[in-house]
Ligand binder design. Structure first.
Ligand code: ATP
Ligand code: PRP
Ligand code: MG
Length: 300
């Protein structure tokens, strides 16, 4: 049972059962303080300490489950979402609540390494294998290129070798799958990360309140992810120069240092990553005892 101050009406969230987005989705919920104990084999699970139920499904089904109102919320790649919205012809049956910082990839057109390519016009009359026919067709139409789109549900990279297609349009992240299949990316047609989406109809007051809590926590987790806490000792004479080196920190705290009147302790929240180069520059400017700590959560 959720604590007494939480809403009783439960939100239902669709999450990928297994695959690229599963672990990051579950980690995000955990970081938001939502406890899910039972094994995912159950397909429908109840959070122990929050009015939230999880439905584990294939990622392709998530847009439809949310747009049809079977689930209130879903975590899905924007690539799958946009493809599904184009297919349904109802791009506004959902609301994108938050863009998430995982599942980063791009949908790209790739060709056999040896095939010459100068511009998108070279795709005219070719067969393009893809699992994203709607996004591919939209891109070709925007470019004024006429080509045949061959829809495959997986293993798209092998299509040119099998003679099923001349080129492909598939997801790329590190590029190693393309390389292994002797293909090279020539055009990026869509950039994607995961997103938290909601059915477009307004939620009842209880569920809206629960979602508000989730979003507040999620913002705190995402904000903290790119943020570091830095502590150092600075000579008073160089304080201004040292402050100027701290990436994205507005108001550092300056404290007296017991037993040393020539230095102060400086504590700051840096909104950007602190790289070794910054540490070296700080050291050069006279800073010492430099500590950089991760921040778990943030609420401003
Ligand atoms: N190489 C990648 N790196 C990062 N994110 C990726 C990568 N490939 C895909 N993704 C993102 O993760 C989503 C899920 O990818 P995955 O390969 O797990 O899908 P799937 O095989 O269709 O899974 P399912 O069994 O749920 O249908 C993709 O739609 C995309 O948003
Ligand atoms: O550029 P890379 O880092 O090599 O990633 C690209 C590959 O990742 C995805 O497939 P995944 O490995 O998730 O397997 P799947 O085809 O079974 O979904 C995608 O469909 C590509 O094949
Ligand atoms: Mg899928």
């Amino acid at each position: 049972m959720p604590p007494a101050n939480l809403p009783k009406d439960r939100l239902r969230l669709a999450v990928q059962k297994s695959g690229r987005l599963h672990t990051d989705s579950m980690d995000l919920l955990k970081a938001c303080g939502i406890k899910i104990k039972s094994p995912k084999e159950k397909l429908l699970l109840h959070a122990d300490n929050f009015p939230l139920d999880l439905l584990f499904v294939r990622d392709d089904d998530i847009p439809q489950l949310v747009m049809d109102g079977v689930c209130d919320l879903g975590i899905v790649g924007q690539n799958v979402l946009e493809e599904s919205a184009l297919e349904r012809g109802t791009a506004n049956a959902y609301v994108s609540e938050r863009v998430l910082d995982f599942g980063g990839c791009r949908l790209a057109i790739a060709l056999p390494e040896e095939r010459p390519y100068a511009s998108v016009k070279d795709l005219a009359g070719l067969r393009i294998a893809t699992s994203y026919p709607q996004l591919t067709k939209r891109y070709l139409a925007q470019q004024g290129v006429s080509a045949d789109v061959v829809t495959l549900s997986g293993s798209v990279e092998i299509a040119p070798r099998l003679g099923l297609a001349d080129v492909i349009c598939d997801l790329v992240s590190s590029g190693s799958t393309l390389e292994a299949n002797k293909l090279r990316a020539v055009e990026t047609i869509f950039k994607s990360t995961a997103a938290l989406i909601r059915n477009a109809r307004p939620l009842n007051a209880e569920k809206a309140h629960a979602l508000e809590i989730i979003l507040r926590r999620l913002d705190g987790v995402q904000k903290a992810a790119g943020t570091k806490y830095i502590m150092l000792h600075a000579p008073k004479a160089n304080l201004a120069a040292i402050k100027a080196l701290l990436p994205g920190s507005e108001n550092p705290t300056v404290l007296p240092l017991a037993g040393d009147d020539s230095k102060v302790a400086l504590h700051a929240v840096c909104s950007e990553d602190v790289f070794w180069e910054t540490m070296d520059a700080l050291k050069k400017a006279g800073a010492s005892s430099i500590l950089v700590l991760p921040i778990e959560k943030m609420m401003l």
